[in-house]
Design a protein around this ligand. Structure first.
Ligand code: HEC
Length: 311
């Protein structure tokens, strides 16, 4: 008798759980898969590459397996001057984002333009390559595989680049360091508009994983932070020790992301720095100690590139 009641109870529980999973996971999934990628979604996919959270290719979240974003002012093949262009460099073996491997997630029109004009089907992860984001005459954004269309090779583009941004690896740092415990990347449809800028649209997230919306907000939203604060110097000081520029900030310091050596190869001594900083904080010295310039491949550099890229 008792057994029968348990059975009915567990069946009811099972049915309720399945229905609620169907409604909350499957139905929105259908809805989202019908959304076309915006230009921003394409740029994000090419900046961040495949999966920035925990994954098989970068299990310790060190920013490996990520593309490099560069700006070009001359054609890497011919050397001719061109308008400033962002290009996304995937060294051979770097994993492609979902938009390049599962083209249907781009949305019908974007997929067609990327295939016919952009020739993305010719790209393979083994060979790597260089990609651009373009906009067609009818305003459809699409991905161009510049290695096929213009003969831009990985080596030539890295050599010709004015600047290299490690924003893709930086997103991994953002996730690993838990910045999302305090900061959102999701301005809401409220007064947020005035302070933090435009809320994102559904199509902005095609192919991005994870979305890092944040858990709940204890600090400013960062979705457009690079537009309101584009000073590399300020960010460098702020990440090394937020109290240098915001005396009452509750943000933790991230000085350990600098590694052992600064840009010139000089060793970084965090203990000695702290001692000097405390003397400054207590008013014993007028000047704060200098913040080391992060080395080119350091995790600090990756994180700063990511934040500056949030426009
Ligand atoms: C304990 C909560 C906390 C964590 C964790 C945290 N922050 Fe902050 N952050 C703040 C607060 C509070 C402010 C505002 C005061 C200030 O500027 O220091 C801030 C400010 C900022 C700003 C300046 C925002 C603006 O509007 O100009 C940036 C950029 C930033 N944080 C990035 C990060 C990044 C990247 C991480 C992870 C490496 C991080 N923060 C981790 C609390 C946090």
């Amino acid at each position: 008798m008792a057994f029968r009641e348990y059975k009915i109870g567990s069946m009811m529980f099972g049915v309720c759980l399945s229905v609620s999973m169907f409604v909350t996971i499957f139905l929105p999934g259908l809805d989202i898969s019908g959304v076309s990628s915006t230009q921003l979604a394409l740029e994000k996919q090419l900046t961040y590459g495949w999966e920035s959270g925990f994954n098989y290719y970068d299990p310790f979240l060190q920013g490996k397996d990520k593309p490099i974003k560069v700006t070009l002012t001359k054609d890497p093949r011919t050397g001719a001057k061109i308008d400033e262009t962002d290009a996304y460099v995937f060294k051979p073996g770097t994993h492609f984002p979902d938009g390049l491997t599962h083209n249907w997630i781009l949305g019908d029109k974007v997929e067609k333009a990327s295939a016919s004009t952009g020739r993305i089907h010719e790209a393979t992860e083994e060979k790597g390559g260089v990609f651009l984001v373009q906009v067609a005459d009818d305003d459809t954004p699409y991905i161009e595989y510049a290695t096929a269309t213009r003969g831009w090779t990985v080596d030539a583009v890295l050599k010709a680049a004015d600047q290299q941004f490690l924003a893709g690896s930086g997103k991994t740092m953002f996730i690993r360091e838990g910045c999302w415990w305090c900061h959102t990347l999701l301005p809401e449809e409220t007064q947020d508009w005035q302070t933090f800028g435009r809320p994102p649209m559904t199509g902005d997230f095609n192919g991005e994983s994870p979305t890092t919306f944040g858990s709940d907000r204890k600090a400013p939203d960062l979705l457009h932070v690079g537009s309101r604060n584009s000073s590399r110097e300020w960010l460098t000081m702020h990440f090394f020790n937020p109290r240098l520029v915001q005396p009452h900030s509750i943000m933790p310091r991230y000085d350990y992301l600098w590694g052992d050596k600064d840009k010139e190869g000089n060793p970084i001594d965090l203990k000695a720095w702290d001692k000097k900083f405390m003397a400054y904080a207590k008013g014993e010295s007028i000047y704060p100690p200098e913040v080391p310039i992060p080395a080119s491949g350091s995790e600090a550099r990756m994180l700063i590139d990511f934040v500056l890229n949030l426009k």
